[in-house]
Design a protein. Structure first.
Length: 203
């Protein structure tokens, strides 16, 4: 976790620390599988530092009296390597697939795993980050907990660009290198419902 335990709210501190340990273990499995899926050594993504840090965003969406006039959470791709998301039973999360918004129906006990922009960048587009949003709902409140694997809150001078082993004459690098914290800054600068910060790094 990126912050010392005292900085977490006392009401959920122990739970969050325990959950963080579980998510770290799951992240390890996922990054191993994703390394293999890219034809790399199983430890490649871990060795690159993809899981050197993670942090949580805890979302609280109040019930909305006029859900058609607003949105819960605007369209975006996550500015990290990988996100593990826990949503409750209310629903409203949608992913954009072939220009259509598709509902991600809540399923008890299920976690949602999203590829983030930094993973799209290092995989040189072999994996694509997913655009998603959350609709406002008249039922609620809705609560979700997103865990982002990235190091942008930690001091790190590591530059991330397309993984060299994935490049060839037929597959030249598609992106410039970036620091994780610079990538987050671009994401925050552009805001939600806007162009992707990946476009700023495209060669
Ligand atoms: O609340 C959700 O289900 C999604 C939240 C989200 O997309 C995010 O925190 O990046
Ligand atoms: Fe997101």
């Amino acid at each position: 976790m990126a912050f010392p335990p005292e900085e977490y709210p006392a009401a959920c501190r122990d739970m969050l620390i325990e959950y963080s340990e579980h998510v770290q273990r799951l992240g390890q499995i996922l990054f191993t599988l994703l390394s293999e899926a890219l034809g790399l050594n199983p430890a490649h993504l871990t060795d690159m530092g993809c899981m050197d840090g993670h942090f949580f965003l805890c979302h609280y969406y109040p019930a909305c009296p006029e859900p058609n006039r607003t949105i819960g959470h605007g369209k975006h791709c996550d500015p990290d390597f990988l996100t593990i998301l826990l949503q409750d039973h209310i629903g409203g999360l949608q992913v954009l697939h072939e220009d259509q918004w598709i509902d991600v129906h809540p399923q008890e006990g299920a976690l949602i795993v999203n590829i983030g922009d930094l993973f799209q960048l290092i995989s040189n587009d072999k994996f694509k980050s997913v655009e998603h949003r959350v609709l406002a709902k008249s039922e609620g409140p809705r609560i979700s907990l997103a865990c982002f694997f990235t190091t942008h809150f930690q001091p790190s001078n590591k530059l991330y660009g397309p993984i060299k082993e994935l490049l060839s004459a037929d597959s030249p690098p598609l992106y410039k290198e970036t620091l994780t914290k610079d990538y987050l800054n671009s994401f925050c600068y552009l805001g939600l419902d806007n162009d992707s910060p990946l476009d700023l790094l495209r060669l």
